[in-house]
Design a protein around this ligand. Structure first.
Ligand SMILES: [Zn+2]
Length: 330
């Protein structure tokens, strides 16, 4: 099995967006420590819009100069040591600014498809340039901010023009629509890899794009109750390392606590407890790929321990890989 450990590298997006040090730099340094100890590499989807904003404001605000330098140094280091750096777009940065104390984040246009085609083309080009300059490597993989990339027909030509050929945003049976959010992966194929053209959740064998979906498992309400209770009981182990707060997703929490939900296989917080079960389920389906998602900001001490345990248990039997290692020469 090819195992992809993938991280969305970003701060939080609400009023309480947290700090670069606690949401990004420190938890990522923990990942680097584990990677180097066990000789495995991870894939990072970098929120490039944030880097562009830091660059825009750092001349006026010295504290942002520190943030900019810490992030760009860490990305350069990750890339130079064999981790994969790929594109993650949260276009709401276009409408957001720094007020001297904190980021004022406007998420009215949260999805890339909320912009018109000229704007989309400009955003994808500029955001990809950020990573090209930092890494000098091929940037060809996409993960959508908040999983929102539908209707993809509005993005596909821009992606072709910018040589984005592989997407890793879909998780099977995921579905959410509320306010600024929308994704619908309810009918996506029960496959670990497929081609698509106009919708990443629908297979098209002649499609230009490849989808390597995030692995998905069913989760019981009991699991989430446990998660909340453990967090209260032992915050040292279970509290997220990031110091911000996620933006509201109305209805999501209630749904998780009351019914079975389709979730990503994830290393965020207590989810890391399900890594081994996720791997077993993908093996049962005869899959050759498992894609695990995580966010440095949402990792906990518990999840870092669990990730390390998972790597130790599986590194000789399976192949921990990155998109670049697996796909670049295809
Ligand atoms: Zn994100």
């Amino acid at each position: 099995m090819d195992i992809y450990i993938t991280l969305d590298y970003e701060i939080y997006f609400g009023e309480n967006h947290g700090t670069v040090e606690k949401c990004i730099i420190y938890p990522t340094s923990e990942l680097i420590r584990i990677a180097e100890k066990h000789h495995v590499r991870f894939s990072f989807f970098v929120d490039c819009g944030f880097i562009l904003k830091l660059d825009e404001y750092r001349k006026d605000f010295p504290q942002l100069e520190n943030d900019y330098k810490a992030i760009t140094d860490q990305i350069t280091y990750l890339s130079a040591t064999g981790h994969d750096i790929q594109l993650h777009i949260h276009p709401h940065w276009e409408d957001s600014y720094y007020n001297g104390e904190r980021w004022v984040i406007d998420i009215k246009r949260y999805k890339l498809v909320d912009f018109n085609e000229t704007e989309i083309s400009d955003i994808v080009y500029r955001y990809k340039q950020v990573l090209l300059k930092l890494t000098n490597k091929n940037i060809f993989v996409y993960r959508a901010g908040g999983w929102c990339l539908q209707p993809f027909s509005k993005l596909k030509n821009v992606f072709k023009d910018n040589n984005i050929t592989l997407d890793s945003s879909v998780f099977r049976n995921g579905f959410y629509t509320s306010g600024n959010y929308f994704y619908d992966f309810r009918n996506s194929p029960d496959k670990d890899i497929y081609r698509f053209e106009d919708d990443p959740a629908s297979e098209n064998t002649k499609g230009f794009f490849t989808e390597l979906p995030i692995s998905s498992i069913k989760n019981s309400p009991l699991f989430f109750w446990k998660l909340f209770l453990l967090g209260r009981k032992n915050p040292y182990l279970h509290k997220p390392l990031g110091d911000g707060r996620a933006i509201d997703t109305p209805g999501q929490r209630k749904k998780m606590l009351t019914q079975y939900t389709n979730c990503t296989v994830s290393i965020d917080g207590y989810n890391a407890n399900l890594l081994q079960r996720g791997l077993k389920e993908m093996q049962k389906k005869d899959f050759s790929n498992i894609v695990v998602i995580g966010h440095p900001k949402a990792l906990s001490r518990f999840s870092i321990l669990k990730l390390e345990e998972f790597i130790i248990k599986n590194k000789s039997k399976h192949n921990f890989t990155t998109y670049t290692k697996a796909f670049e020469n295809q």
